[in-house]
Structures are given as structure tokens and as C-alpha cells.
Design a protein around this ligand. Structure first.
Ligand SMILES: *[C@@H]1O[C@H](CO)[C@@H](O)[C@H](O)[C@H]1NC(C)=O
Ligand SMILES: *[C@@H]1O[C@H](CO)[C@@H](O)[C@H](O)[C@H]1NC(C)=O
Ligand SMILES: *[C@@H]1O[C@H](CO)[C@@H](O)[C@H](O)[C@H]1NC(C)=O
Ligand SMILES: *[C@@H]1O[C@H](CO)[C@@H](O)[C@H](O)[C@H]1NC(C)=O
Ligand SMILES: *[C@@H]1O[C@H](CO)[C@@H](O)[C@H](O)[C@H]1NC(C)=O
Ligand SMILES: *[C@@H]1O[C@H](CO)[C@@H](O)[C@H](O)[C@H]1NC(C)=O
Ligand SMILES: *[C@@H]1O[C@H](CO)[C@@H](O)[C@H](O)[C@H]1NC(C)=O
Ligand SMILES: *[C@@H]1O[C@H](CO)[C@@H](O)[C@H](O)[C@H]1NC(C)=O
Length: 505
């Protein structure tokens, strides 16, 4: 008989209450693969945490077999079961402060939101960004097009327009990005922090003549092309400011190492670590600091895979003239299976004053996988595992990629289809929440900005395949998120211990 893979997470607070919630309408896509189905009149919501009482707790639980952020009161002081696993929390040992969790406002996300009736897209935005939902507090905004666009475009495609006289936002910004960012800002109650990322400068600035495909900036380092490119950043922030949107930060270049490949299938530009350093200190840093709309931006370096650690940050941050412009180190997850999360710890030890932040992750990106797999539990588990490992190694947060994609995993103008936490079937006015959505909730909803990671250690594992991470919230309560990767026919019990012990089944 096939054993159920039963996984649980929980986020545990000192709190008790009960509330009515709309449960998930479970659809079994295939054996052990469930989505929550939402339509124009119905969508499941997340139970509120409730009011906080001392020495009380709340458990939120998600399982492969269909529980989704299911809330229950923390059983007070039940007796430990004989084979229970213990998770010992010690708030006197502290690590990094959490910045937040979120996802990206790509053209594809906006096109899919736009394909639904307004009250459905509003509901999706609210469920992502309000504290009644997942409480996302970070949003990534591509500057002009990326692969998750319907075509290749920049904000100034007029060749040799070095003064950017023809710079303008596009129909995509006005229809697919700005309206949803504004709604998300409202839903997040003012706590949304946005950062931008360029995939490529206009094609006329690049050695290969177009945004797609590897290439470098034309001309000398910090020459007129680089200077125009820095001005382009500033123009972007000015135009978004006019639309009511101010940014918290920016990365310098999306996945700069991909620009080494002349046959790269979508928008990119190559920068080595030394080039990123020289552009930042020579042109981009001073230009941004000199603009009233960009002067306070948090600038993040790398925005590429983990295997660039620790050399890339070393190259930039050991140069004080470049380092003075840098706030943090942005990382993508695509090669995490081949690289150890301890590279993050090593990077932190080299540069403790710079935060580490996960800026992009999605599943279904490998060849032959490139499509949504509705209800996939392994993909949810991949998210949870990576989130926990990054958080255990000094990451201050973690971001999903596209907020919403269609049934094909797009639109994407080069066919680089992938999965997303929410998949829309606009032909039926339905959307599906994948288990990845609830996994993001286990982290984003409970590990609020300002939380501090504390020590959390398992004891009496009894061969259990579990991972966990613990935090102290700004209000003093404790939060733990636990992933059980065991295939088990019945749930294990888990004990929380500080001085007293509590048990969770
Ligand atoms: C939406 O889903 C709910 C719950 O499954 C169902 O009762 C309702 O009939 C559906 N509405 C539409 C318009 O399909
Ligand atoms: C969304 O709007 C439609 C059409 O105006 C309406 O029938 C439906 O009840 C609304 N759904 C919700 C959840 O408010
Ligand atoms: C839990 O047990 C501890 C130690 O036995 C005791 O001091 C405490 O009062 C108990 N708490 C509750 C809520 O019963
Ligand atoms: C760009 O602006 C500079 C300074 O305002 C001006 O001298 C120059 O003529 C302009 N160049 C073009 C091509 O418009
Ligand atoms: C910029 O784009 C908007 C929307 O497409 C348009 O209304 C506006 O006229 C454009 N401005 C310039 C200077 O081209
Ligand atoms: C940037 O920070 C300075 C100093 O705190 C402040 O005076 C200024 O208003 C800020 N600028 C923006 C655009 O927020
Ligand atoms: C980093 O991750 C590794 C691998 O999961 C783990 O063993 C290690 O304890 C983590 N480092 C820290 C500082 O927690
Ligand atoms: C939990 O452990 C910490 C550190 O050992 C201790 O300071 C704190 O008083 C303990 N809290 C409770 C509620 O027992």
C-alpha cells in the first residue's frame, strides 16, 4: 500500500481564538495532488491568528492530503508521546532580522490578473498582500520587459537617444503593473517595499544590438552608454513616482552571468563582478544618489545564483568606494540543489553588515518540466526546504517569482514556461491555489518583518526527516515553522520545549 507523505508545518504563537473561515474547495488533480479552487463567488481564506494570550499557542497545519493552513489551538501541556520529536527554542541565541517575503509584478502576472473579473483579481491581490491573507511585504518589478512579457521592449527603443528624450513607460506598465502595484500597496497597508530589476538595457546600447541574447554594454566602462543606462534607472523611478509609486530598492542587473551566453533565449546583459563594481562606483551609485527620487534606494548586488558566493560579494564589498552604495546581496534559487546553503553563512561572515535576500524562485523551470503541475506536493516541499535552509543561513527573506501564471505557465514570449503559486484558468473564470501558495503563507504570514531568528534545535529525532526554524516576533511571541518530509502512515508528534513542554500531533 502506498504510504501517504504527510508533512506538517506550523507557525506557533502565544494566542488562542476561533473564527469562521471559508475552507479550501479541494480538487484532486491526481493521486495526492490537490489544489484549492476559487471562482467568482468563492475562495478559501486563511483563519485569523486571533488574540494573544500568554503561554498559549496556535498551530497552522498544511498537509499533502489536503489540510491547508488549517488552524487549531495549541494543545496546552499535553503529555509527550513516547516517540515524539522535540524542537527546543532558545530566544537568548539570536541571528538575522527578517526583512520580508513576496513575489514579482511581471507583465505575465498582470496579464493574468487582467484576464479575470476585477473582483477576482482584487481578491488575489488582497490574499497575497493583506495581513488577512499571506501578508506579503515585498514586491519585485521588472524594468521594462523580461521573458515573462509578450514581446521584447525597453523604455527607449530609439537608437542613440543618449539624452533619453524618448524615454517613456509602456502600455504594459500602465495596464499590467501600476494598477496592481497600487492595489497591493493599499492591501499591504503601506508596508509594501518595492524594488526594481532590469533584464537588459535597450538593444541599441548592447554589443549584440538587441535585448535578447548575451552581450555587454557598448563602449568603455562608465562611458556614455553606461552613463545613459544609469540615467535610464533614474527616469524609471521618476516616471513611477508620477504614477504614485516610490521604490525602496533596486538590483543592478538580473542574472548578469547569463549574459555570457550569446544564445541566451531572452533579455540579459553580461556584467562580471568587477564590471558590476566599476559601474556601481563610477556611474550608477553617484547617479542614483544624486536623484531626488532614487537617492535613498537600497542597492542590491549579485541578483544571480548562489554559486557566485562568496567571490562576487567579495569583489564588490572589499572595495570601499563601491561598498558604500550597497545595502544587500540578492540571490536566486535555481542552482540551490547543487550548492550548499552554507555559502550564505560564509558570505555573511565575510560581510556581516550587508543583508542577504532571496529575490527569485519558481518550480518547473528545468527542461521537460516547464509547465505548471497543479497540486504538486514535491514542489511545495522544495519551496519549504529552500526557505528553511536559506533562513537558517542568514537570509532575511525569500521571494517567489510570478504572482500568477496561466494554465500553460505563461505568458512568456520565449516559451520559458514555469509554475506559480496561483494558476489562472480565465476561460472558466477560475483560479487554483497550488500547495506552494500555502507554503509561502507559513512563512510570510507569521514571520513578520522585524522578527529575529532564534535558536531552534531538534532533539530525540527518532530518525524523523524534519527541518525547522524559529523566530522571535516583534511583539515578543515565538514562531516556529517545521517541515516534516517523512512518508508516514500516521502523524508523528512534535514537542515544543523551552522550559515547559507542549505537544503537537
Ligand atoms: C463557486 O464555488 C462555490 C464553492 O465550490 C460554489 O458553491 C459556487 O456555485 C461556485 N460559483 C460559480 C459561479 O461557479
Ligand atoms: C464579482 O462580480 C460579479 C459581477 O459583478 C458578481 O456576480 C459576483 O458576485 C462578485 N463576486 C464576489 C466574490 O464579490
Ligand atoms: C504547563 O506545565 C508547567 C510545568 O508543569 C506548569 O508550570 C504550567 O503552569 C502549565 N501550563 C498550563 C497552561 O497548564
Ligand atoms: C543632450 O543634452 C545635452 C545637455 O543638455 C545637450 O548639450 C545635447 O545637445 C543633447 N544631445 C542631443 C542629441 O539631444
Ligand atoms: C507615454 O506613454 C503614455 C501611455 O502610453 C502616453 O499616454 C504618453 O503620451 C507617452 N508620453 C510620451 C512623452 O511619449
Ligand atoms: C531620503 O532621505 C533623506 C534623509 O533621511 C530625506 O530627507 C529625504 O526626504 C529622502 N528622500 C526621499 C525621496 O524619500
Ligand atoms: C546552514 O545550512 C546548513 C545545511 O542545511 C546547516 O547544516 C547549517 O547549520 C546552516 N548554518 C547555520 C549557521 O545555521
Ligand atoms: C525560554 O528560554 C529562555 C532562554 O533559555 C529563557 O530566558 C526564557 O525565560 C524561557 N521562557 C519560558 C517561557 O520558559
Amino acid at each position: 500500500m502506498r504510504r501517504l507523505l504527510s508533512a506538517f508545518f506550523f507557525s506557533f504563537f502565544v494566542s488562542l481564538s476561533s473564527a469562521d473561515v471559508n475552507p479550501c474547495i479541494l480538487r484532486e488533480i491526481q493521486e495526492n495532488a490537490y489544489v484549492c479552487e476559487c471562482n467568482i463567488t468563492y475562495c478559501d481564506d486563511v483563519a485569523p491568528l486571533g488574540t494573544v494570550g500568554k503561554n498559549q499557542g496556535v498551530l497552522f497545519y498544511t498537509s499533502q492530503s489536503g489540510s491547508r493552513l488549517q488552524r487549531s489551538d495549541f494543545p496546552p501541556n499535553s503529555t509527550a508521546a513516547p516517540n515524539s520529536v522535540q524542537f527546543i527554542i532558545d530566544a537568548s541565541i539570536t541571528y538575522q532580522t527578517i526583512f520580508g517575503f513576496g513575489a514579482a509584478f511581471t507583465d505575465a502576472a498582470g496579464i493574468n490578473l487582467d484576464s479575470l473579473p476585477t473582483n477576482m483579481s482584487d481578491f488575489i491581490i488582497n490574499q497575497y498582500f493583506s495581513t488577512d491573507g499571506l501578508g506579503y511585504t515585498v514586491g519585485r518589478v521588472p524594468m521594462a520587459s523580461c521573458d515573462f512579457s509578450t514581446h521584447e521592449y525597453s523604455y527607449d527603443d530609439v537608437a542613440n537617444d543618449f539624452n533619453l528624450t524618448n524615454f517613456n513607460l509602456t502600455a504594459e506598465d500602465f495596464r499590467y503593473k501600476i494598477p496592481y502595484i497600487l492595489k497591493a500597496k493599499t492591501a499591504a497597508g503601506g508596508s509594501l517595499r518595492l524594488f526594481s530589476t532590469p533584464w537588459s538595457p535597450p538593444g541599441w546600447m548592447k554589443s549584440n544590438g538587441r535585448m535578447k541574447g548575451g552581450g555587454v554594454m557598448k563602449g568603455d566602462m562608465n562611458g556614455q552608454y553606461y552613463q545613459t543606462w544609469a540615467k535610464y534607472f533614474v527616469r524609471f523611478f521618476e516616471e513611477y513616482h508620477k504614477a504614485g509609486i516610490d521604490f525602496w530598492g533596486t538590483t543592478i542587473q538580473n542574472e548578469p552571468t547569463s549574459g555570457l551566453d550569446p544564445f541566451w533565449k531572452w533579455q540579459t546583459m553580461y556584467l562580471s563582478a568587477a564590471m558590476e563594481r566599476d559601474f556601481l562606483k563610477g556611474t550608477l551609485g553617484p547617479t542614483l544618489r544624486g536623484s531626488p527620487f532614487a537617492q535613498n534606494l537600497s542597492i542590491m548586488i549579485v541578483d544571480d545564483q548562489r554559486n557566485n558566493l562568496p567571490a562576487w560579494p567579495d569583489t564588490i564589498l572589499l572595495d570601499p568606494d563601491a561598498a558604500k552604495y550597497v545595502s544587500g546581496i540578492a540571490l536566486h534559487w535555481y542552482e540551490d540543489i547543487e550548492t550548499s546553503p552554507s555559502l550564505l553563512t560564509q558570505t555573511h561572515q565575510n560581510h556581516p553588515d550587508y543583508f542577504i535576500f532571496g529575490t527569485e524562485a519558481c518550480t518547473g523551470y528545468l527542461p521537460l518540466q516547464g509547465h505548471p503541475e497543479l497540486g504538486s506536493w514535491p514542489r511545495a516541499e522544495q519551496y519549504a526546504n529552500d526557505l528553511i535552509q536559506d533562513l537558517l543561513n542568514w537570509s532575511t527573506g525569500w521571494m517567489d517569482w510570478n504572482l500568477v501564471l496561466d494554465m500553460q505557465g505563461g505568458p512568456n514570449w520565449v516559451g520559458n514556461f514555469v509554475d506559480a503559486a496561483i494558476i489562472v484558468d480565465s476561460s472558466r473564470n477560475i483560479y487554483y491555489k497550488n500547495p506552494m501558495w500555502h507554503v509561502m503563507g507559513h512563512f510570510a504570514k507569521f514571520i513578520r518583518p522585524g522578527s529575529v531568528r532564534i535558536s531552534g534545535e531538534f532533539q530525540n529525532l527518532h530518525d524523523a526527516n524534519v527541518e525547522g526554524v524559529a523566530f522571535k516576533a516583534p511583539d515578543g511571541s515565538r514562531v516556529a515553522v517545521i517541515l516534516n518530509k517523512d512518508a508516514v502512515s500516521q502523524p508523528r508528534s512534535l514537542n515544543f520545549a523551552n522550559h515547559s513542554q507542549n505537544q503537537i500531533k
